[in-house]
Design a protein around this ligand. Structure first.
Ligand SMILES: [Zn+2]
Length: 164
């Protein structure tokens, strides 16, 4: 990961996440095992081999990538779709459910798509502030709990202790 061409963008490659120890790139088990076009580890290695060192930009710090849908049918049209998270896979494992993703990533190659193509999109952020009577509240984007602003010190969530 390195600072990109202005606008607060950082430049990443899939390879960066794969070589973390432990890896911060994962294919969801259910798509590896589905009866139609299972996206096995072999499929993933073949498909992502075309993308491993291709740079992509994102305006924010990404810690992990989770692939939730994919189909490898090379040399015919093939794709993979994933979510970008600010948490590591270990932190996500401890949460027990997927936190809000920062963005999504889409990989496409094969068929009429003659060069490996990566598209990245920022997730729509729902407003995380509201008023209850005279009291402003802010919702923690990590644990989803609402807190009156007077209880939040230094942008740290009183519930989960993480940066809001
Ligand atoms: Zn929290």
């Amino acid at each position: 990961m390195q600072a990109g061409g202005g606008g607060g963008y950082l430049t990443y490659t899939v390879h960066d996440f794969m070589i973390e120890s432990p890896s911060q790139f994962v294919v969801m088990p259910d798509i590896q095992q589905r009866p139609q076009h299972p996206f096995t580890i072999d499929c993933a290695e073949r498909f992502f081999g075309y993308f491993a060192k291709q740079p992509f930009n994102f305006a924010g710090m990404i810690r992990s990538i989770v692939i939730y849908d994919a189909k490898e049918n090379l040399p015919n049209h093939s794709y993979a779709a994933g979510w970008l998270f600010q948490e590591s896979l270990e932190e996500i494992g401890q949460l027990g459910s997927l936190p809000n993703h920062l963005g999504s990533i889409h990989f496409e190659f094969g068929g009429t798509t003659t060069t490996p193509t990566i598209r990245v999109q920022v997730a729509a952020q729902t407003p995380n502030t509201k008023w209850v009577g005279e009291t402003p509240y802010t919702q923690c984007r990590q644990c989803q709990q609402w807190w009156p602003d007077e209880r939040i010190r230094g942008r740290v969530c009183p519930g989960c202790g993480k940066s809001m």
